[in-house]
Design a binder for this molecule. Structure first.
Ligand code: COA
Ligand code: NAD
Length: 707
């Protein structure tokens, strides 16, 4: 999509007695300063043009207006401001019509709310998604939306950030009329001309009163939303500000409400949450721009194969089936194949049980699924994902079979978590076709897909990985080959930091709570109990021979696993899960094991504050993140951020670990690491990249430009 702004992002031209104002600011008609100036000029022209009886606002391209220009937030404001532009539109003495197709979001909807009549085409998506960026509507949305559609519907849009379609918009009173087809100009012109002929009056939303007439009902809706938000918004700043501003729409004159909205909006703009969420917005788009996606065209993917029908293979099969692809699953014998198929069916049966799928729909999906114990069934597929046991010899044997049966040009992918993909590729006659596609569990739900790029893979195979991610609606992150790639490699390090703190005196329950209070949905010990302690135990045993004997090794997890306490699936792990409970309760026996281990290691326990816990936890994560960027395993810091936002539950309003590090200040993070290194210099070795950035006074975001 072209990104060069056209010389004049707003043009106007009279057609009969309607002044047609076109917003043309690719890619999405965001309301940058030139658009705002152009809109004011257009309204002035309409006032001055005696032959213009009405004004029509339309967007060129695929959208009406996608909203404020997000890149301008945090920069010095430029006049005219968006509220001023909206005011000029609303105050126009001639009827203004907004004809909406595609996105009318945020400021785009606020422009439409300032018009006097609104028409929506079937493609329209209307919403006030500012909350997702740590913001609130700041150009009258909190004042005009309730006046037009009532408090309940307005708060629903503003607090969820969701998009409403054309029909819903008509039903709730957000638009006046539905258009047909895709031609916003033709539909809008017909509406504007009809209004001009009928001498329809200007109708200012600021003066609308009907939707707020029943004050008691409106107040009740506001209080219900306030109570709900207090419970659910988990430390987010802007939702309560949205409610406060909406309350003003109910109780104060329009201009006072607007003044309060502005004040609260600016508080949101200044909040670090706004910076974190906007970083996340751009980062999740930047990760799509890997060098290979620019250099090469993806190979076609019309059909897929999966080897292994366990936890991951079945989840990946569901993700592919959900994307409409035919899937062939290979297992080692008939009983395993039956189990693999049953794992897939269980997901759909779960949906049927919840009333979210019909039996017929399931049958239609399963018609695209086939299974076999013979590799020849994969002869024609375009892409295979291997998801067998995490064992190099087993994987190599599988790839030898794939090499034998798959057609030339088929993409051969492994879902390995840790193994050396260069070695797997080298065992085939076609290393250019082999890459890593590292899904996360449950693979049909988790959004992250690490696209792991071995040395010999061709660019078009990597591009195919990104294309598959798009088909599966996953967020891809390009990663290099190393033990654990981006995510699991960093996880291994901060998990060790957590284990060190546990042995030094913090309880796993305190650590989990500190991590939750930081904004994670779960702490590391809860995650271990959920995933199954046996998985980490197996990895530790596999790596025991290569572990540096001088490195600190905490044995508490091994003591727990030796008892068969693997977490939720065994009823106890770090926590107790009586009678299949999904939330655990602290276990005094685990605390006793920890005490015994501390004694064995000769450690006198000390206390940690939650803040100390998070400083160490984050310093470990950031330092290894810096190593991963330094060694080019991740292209940029933002790739680490997206990995953690989408695969590890990192709180989005903090932007990701590297963005968080910038917020704290890299000198402070480095000083912490050097302080901790006094106790354990082997574990706490400052990353060379972190040191270099601090020396030159730079931050991680300075490295975030696209490659
Ligand atoms: N300001 C500045 N740039 C924006 C933007 C905005 N409001 N909305 C989108 N863009 C940019 C994207 O960064 C992307 O740039 P890139 O191509 O350089 O990566 C480009 O426009 C296309 O966006 P993308 O999201 O890839 O297109 P899409 O067709 O999938 O989706 C939208 C279009 C409008 C639905 C989606 O971009 C969106 O939701 N935008 C944000 C809307 C919003 O929150 N508005 C309120 C702002 S307060
Ligand atoms: P699993 O034990 O649940 O399933 C493995 C399946 O592979 C079994 O059904 C087994 O019968 C089958 N299998 C073994 N050898 C085979 C062969 N030669 N031919 C055909 N099928 C064979 O394991 P899993 O958890 O699904 O993990 C699979 C892979 O995915 C591993 O490499 C693992 O590291 C990786 N992974 C796992 C997770 C996770 O959270 N479980 C996450 C990401 C990646």
């Amino acid at each position: 999509m072209a990104t060069t702004p056209s010389p004049q992002p707003v043009t106007f031209q009279r057609q009969a007695d309607v002044l047609v104002v076109t917003i043309d600011n690719p890619p999405v008609n965001a309301l940058g300063v030139d658009v705002r100036r152009g809109l004011v000029a257009a309204i002035e022209a309409a006032e001055a043009d005696g032959a213009a009886a009405a004004v029509l606002l339309v967007g060129a391209g695929r959208n009406f207006i996608a909203g404020a220009d997000i890149r301008e937030f945090g920069k010095p404001p430029q006049q005219p401001s968006l509220p001023e532009v909206c005011g000029r539109i609303e105050n126009c003495s001639k009827p203004v019509v907004a004809a909406i197709h595609g996105a009318a979001l945020g400021g785009g909807l606020e422009i439409a709310l300032s018009a006097h009549y609104r028409l929506a085409l079937p493609s329209a998506k209307l919403g006030l998604p500012e909350v997702q960026l740590g913001l609130m509507p700041g150009a009258g949305g909190t004042q005009r939306a309730p006046r037009l559609i009532g408090v309940k519907a307005a708060l629903d849009l503003m607090l969820s950030g969701r998009h409403a379609g054309a029909k819903e918009a008509l039903a709730i009173g957000l638009v006046d009329r539905l258009g047909e087809g895709a031609d916003a100009l033709a539909e809008g012109l017909a509406y504007a001309q009809a209004l001009a002929v009928a001498k329809a009056p200007v109708r200012r939303t600021r003066d609308a009163s009907q939707a707020l007439a029943d004050k008691d009902a409106q107040r009740a809706a506001l209080e219900a939303a306030r109570a709900d938000t207090a419970k659910k918004s988990r430390g987010l700043f802007s939702p309560m500000k949205i409610i406060e501003a909406t309350e003003a729409a109910l109780s104060q004159p329009f201009d006072q409400g607007m003044a309060l909205e502005r004040k609260l909006f600016l508080q949101c703009v200044d909040s670090p949450q706004r910076a974190g969420l906007i970083h996340a917005f751009f980062a999740e788009r930047e990760v799509l721009k890997a060098p290979e996606t620019k250099a090469a065209k993806p190979r076609p993917i019309e059909s897929c194969g999966i080897v292994g029908g366990g936890t991951m293979g079945a989840g990946i099969a569901v993700a592919m089936l959900d994307a409409g692809l035919p899937v062939t699953m290979i297992e080692r014998d008939e009983p395993s194949l039956a189990r693999g198929r049953a794992h897939v069916e269980k997901v759909y049966d779960g949906l049927i049980g919840k009333g979210r799928m019909t039996a017929e729909a399931k049958a239609a999906v399963m018609a695209r699924f086939s299974g076999s114990t013979a590799y020849d069934a994969l002869a024609k597929v375009d892409l295979v994902v291997e998801a067998v046991f995490e064992d190099m010899a087993v994987k190599k044997a599988v790839f030898a079979e794939l090499d034998r049966v798959c057609k030339a040009g088929a993409v051969l992918a492994t879902n390995t978590s840790y193994l050396d993909i260069d070695e797997i590729a080298a065992g085939t006659s076609r290393p250019g076709d082999v890459l890593g596609l590292h899904f996360f569990s449950p693979a049909n739900i988790m959004k992250l897909l690490e696209i792991v790029v071995p040395a010999k893979v061709s660019a078009d195979v990597v591009a195919t990985g990104f294309e598959l991610a798009k088909k599966l609606k996953k967020t891809p992150v390009r990663a290099g080959v190393c033990d654990g790639f981006i995510g699991n490699r960093i996880l291994a390090v901060y998990r060790q930091a957590a284990d060190h703190m546990m042995e030094d005196g913090a309880s796993p329950y305190q650590i989990d709570k500190a991590v939750r209070d930081f904004g994670y949905p779960m702490g590391p010990f809860q995650v271990s109990d959920l995933a199954g302690g046996d998985i980490g135990w197996a990895t530790r045993k596999r790596k025991a021979a290569t572990r540096d004997p001088k490195a600190r090794y905490v044995q508490i997890a091994d003591r727990i696993c030796e008892r068969g306490w693997f977490g939720q699936k065994t009823g106890r792990g770090y926590y107790l899960y009586p009678e299949g409970a999904r939330t655990g309760t602290p276990d005094p026996e685990v605390e006793a094991i920890i005490d015994a281990e501390r004694r064995r290691a000769g450690i006198t326990p000390r206390s940690f504050t939650d803040e100390e816990i998070m400083r160490r936890y984050m310093a470990a994560m950031i330092n290894e993140g810096a190593n991963v960027v330094h060694q080019r395993i991740a292209l940029r810091p933002l790739d680490v951020d997206v990995t953690f936002l989408y695969g590890y539950g990192f709180p989005r309003h903090r932007g990701g670990p590297m963005k968080y590090a910038d917020t704290v200040g890299l000198p402070k993070v480095l000083a912490d690491i050097r302080e901790f290194a006094k106790e354990d210099p082997l574990f706490w070795q400052p990353s060379p990249l972190l040191v270099a950035l601090v020396e030159r006074g730079a931050d991680f975001s300075s490295l975030d430009q696209s490659e």
